[in-house]
Design a protein around this ligand. Structure first.
Ligand SMILES: Cc1cc2nc3c(=O)[nH]c(=O)nc-3n(C[C@H](O)[C@H](O)[C@H](O)COP(=O)(O)O)c2cc1C
Length: 410
């Protein structure tokens, strides 16, 4: 969003105060945020707050023409890379759905050709009202994006659907809207995080994976238009917006979910750090400390990547991850070959800025056709973007091939 012009519309709902946080987040991301407030919005939050946070003028009145050489609503509409209305009241949505232009914000909405994001917020019964829902549908039909409200306690005292989407999630939603849809219509399953292999009810074997790489892949695949399932081991990070998350604990549980859904996927990305071994027996009771040493017999966990050879669909594109500390390239190529994956992403976990943890990654990607690509050190979300670009390119290649074959057979 850096250097983009975002027109932030604020309407007269109790959640208007959260628009200040949204304005601040967008400004910190480097966007030029121009605020347009309805008269109702100014009853809840002052233009001065928005002006101070965005360092830009704030507009409230369609007839307040400050520059004689311009017509403000057309100028704002043309300059916008994206228009976001947060919160969007029921009243505003009704007026927008009728194509009205009776204030500055509705006029900007009609005049813009930029993408429009609406983030409704209101009382639970208002949100469920059939007329409101028809109005919202009408706006969806003309291509407006709706950042759906959450379910929770509302300022009116009710609990239900109507809470404004949280500002950081609205930013993520806007990122999705602005991302080219290279994976539109594709189904992608991603695994992430560590697994835990139980020793007893309070202890387990695990590893240092934080899930960041897998979650970044899921977030980016959603932004690119894919329908994403994220099968996640236990992690401490927030689930990405728009993604169907299935939480699992052990390698065996992960295997069960992945194999059950494998055949319907266009792509599967195995970014989880699945334990290779588990304790041979799991004690039902907490093991007590006693004198002397204790040993745990370890047995192999299932090899999910290997099992995918059978379970995946005919055209499912499978990507494996390898975390290595030595002879990395040798082991990565071996894994790619033995497990029949289409692509293997190697992180050398001992290299600075690569491997486990939040922050950056630096990987080498190996393909089944013996080619490889180095992806430079950068934030994990950017690494995810590059990896998904490679995957979508290959999925497109498969489609082109299938089309060619069907033409041949005519
Ligand atoms: C205290 C208070 C809170 C309100 N909260 C909401 C709200 O959360 N959502 C909503 O759609 N309308 C809410 N309204 C009603 C709107 O303010 C009213 O429909 C107004 O006409 C909206 O004008 P606007 O859409 O031009 O900003 C609230 C009104 C009051 C007095």
């Amino acid at each position: 969003m850096k250097d983009m012009t975002i027109v932030l519309g604020i309407t007269g709902g109790i959640a208007a105060y959260k628009a200040a946080m949204l304005a601040s987040l967008l400004t910190k991301r480097g966007a030029k945020v121009i605020t347009v407030m309805t008269k109702g919005a100014t009853a809840f939050i002052t233009p001065l707050t928005l002006q101070s946070l965005t360092h830009q003028p704030v507009y409230t009145d369609i007839f307040d023409e400050r520059d004689p050489s311009r017509i403000t609503h057309i100028d704002l509409a043309d300059s916008a890379d994206l228009v976001v209305v947060a919160p969007a009241t029921a009243d505003f949505i009704a007026r927008a759905a009728q194509g009205m232009a009776d204030d500055l914000l509705t006029a900007v909405l009609l005049a813009t050709t930029a993408p429009v994001v609406l983030a409704p917020a209101m009382n639970v019964h208002m949100y469920a009202h059939p007329i409101f829902l028809q109005n919202l549908e009408r706006l969806r039909d003309v291509g407006y994006y709706v950042a759906e409200p959450g379910v929770g306690p509302l300022a009116c005292g009710y609990t239900g659907k109507g809470r404004l989407m949280e500002p950081d999630e609205i930013v993520e939603f806007m990122d999705m809207v602005l991302t080219p849809k290279r994976m539109s219509g594709k189904r992608v399953l991603i695994t992430a995080g560590p697994t835990r292999e139980r020793i007893d009810p309070v202890r387990y074997l695990s590893n240092d994976s934080t899930g960041t790489m897998g979650y970044a892949l899921a977030q980016m695949a959603w932004r690119m238009g894919a329908s994403v399932t994220l099968v996640s081991g236990p992690v401490a990070i927030k689930p990405p917006l728009g993604v169907d998350v299935v939480n699992v604990e052990s390698a065996a549980e992960m295997r069960e979910i992945v194999l059950a859904r494998a055949s319907e996927q266009d792509a599967i990305i195995m970014a989880a750090a699945v334990a290779d071994y588990r304790p041979g027996t799991v004690s039902e009771r907490k093991l007590k400390k006693d004198d002397g040493t204790r040993s745990i017999e370890l047995v192999k966990t299932p090899d999910i990547l290997m099992d995918l050879r059978e379970a995946k669909g005919r055209h499912t594109f499978v990507t494996g991850f390898a975390a290595e500390t030595h002879d990395a390239e040798f082991y990565a190529k071996k894994k790619l070959l033995e497990k029949g994956a289409d692509m293997l992403v190697l992180n050398n976990v001992l290299e600075p800025g690569a491997g486990f943890g939040p922050g950056t990654n630096k990987v080498t990607v190996f393909f089944a056709d013996d080619t490889s690509v180095d992806v430079e050190k950068q934030p994990k979300l950017d690494v995810a973007k590059e990896l998904l670009a490679m995957i979508s390119e290959r999925l497109q290649g498969q489609k082109d091939l299938a089309n060619d074959q069907s033409v041949d057979s005519v």
